[in-house]
Design a protein around this ligand. Structure first.
Ligand SMILES: [Zn+2]
Length: 257
């Protein structure tokens, strides 16, 4: 039986409310042992805490996502360390920068990103980073603040950008996009990269793979990502599954207090 880790899945999304138990069962049947559930705003924290308390496969990360900038208030940053410390968080996330969406004020994004990186460093927690059209700046900021570890999820940059992250000990998260044949640059990176820097993710309910195009994505679909990566690298699915789960376990801990 495979041992997989979905390092990024928003399974607290309302779209899973109707069939949450079945979704977890399909994940278990597919070999998905651990699911990291990153928050997007303050309102999602209690929902994620309840979900992870009720389901031993699910592990919470708490943070303020750049795409939800309108919802964030400075006091949410003040509350974040307490939330992380009292709710068995495995990471600070989802945090980052998004320069693809023009309405999101870059200066406010930076304030939230920088504060949350410092919180992660001070609490010695890994970070789950969203960087869209912003990989270079996110990488330099992480480097400047220092003392950080984590993952840039749904990585879509160049090999050089990936290399800078690996040099800092960071991981890249790879999901549905790698299953599309047109993703040549990404496929080349994944085929040749050091396996110890790789994490698998679905980004559920978004970013379904080529076989599930147009559908709601869910953690059980991680096997499609696994199959494609095993083919690209010429390695067995078992080997990729156990290596990436070992990477995720050493980054996130996955111990239950
Ligand atoms: Zn996400």
């Amino acid at each position: 039986m495979l041992e997989l880790t979905d390092s990024h899945a928003h399974i607290d999304d309302a779209g899973f409310a109707a069939d949450q138990a079945a979704m977890f069962e399909r994940a278990r049947d597919a070999g998905v042992r651990h699911i990291v559930v990153p928050a997007v705003d303050r309102a999602s924290w209690p929902r994620i805490a309840a979900l992870c308390d009720a389901n031993p496969q699910a592990y919470p990360a708490y943070g303020l996502h750049p795409m939800f900038l309108d919802q964030h208030r400075p006091e949410h940053l003040d509350e974040l360390p307490g939330q992380l410390e009292t709710h068995r968080a495995v990471a600070v996330g989802e945090i980052g920068l998004d320069y693809f969406v023009p309405e999101l004020d870059p200066e406010r994004q930076r304030e939230y990103f920088h504060r949350q990186l410092r919180i992660a460093r001070d609490l010695d927690l890994p970070v789950v980073v969203h960087a869209r059209r912003a990989v270079d700046e996110a990488t330099s900021t992480i480097k400047r603040i220092g003392g950080l570890r984590g993952v840039v999820h749904s990585f879509s940059g160049s090999e050089q950008q990936a290399q800078r992250l690996w040099d800092m000990g960071f991981h890249i998260g790879i999901g549905g996009p790698v299953t599309y044949e047109r993703a040549q640059r990404l496929r080349h990176i994944v085929a040749t990269m050091p396996i110890d820097r790789l994490l698998l993710e679905t980004d559920s309910p978004d970013q379904p793979g080529a076989c599930h195009r147009g559908q709601r994505n869910e953690p059980a679909n991680l096997t499609e990502v696994l199959q494609v990566i095993a083919q690209l690298r010429g390695e067995s699915e078992e080997a990729i599954a156990s290596a990436t789960t070992a990477n995720a376990s050493s980054l996130f801990g996955f111990t239950r207090a």
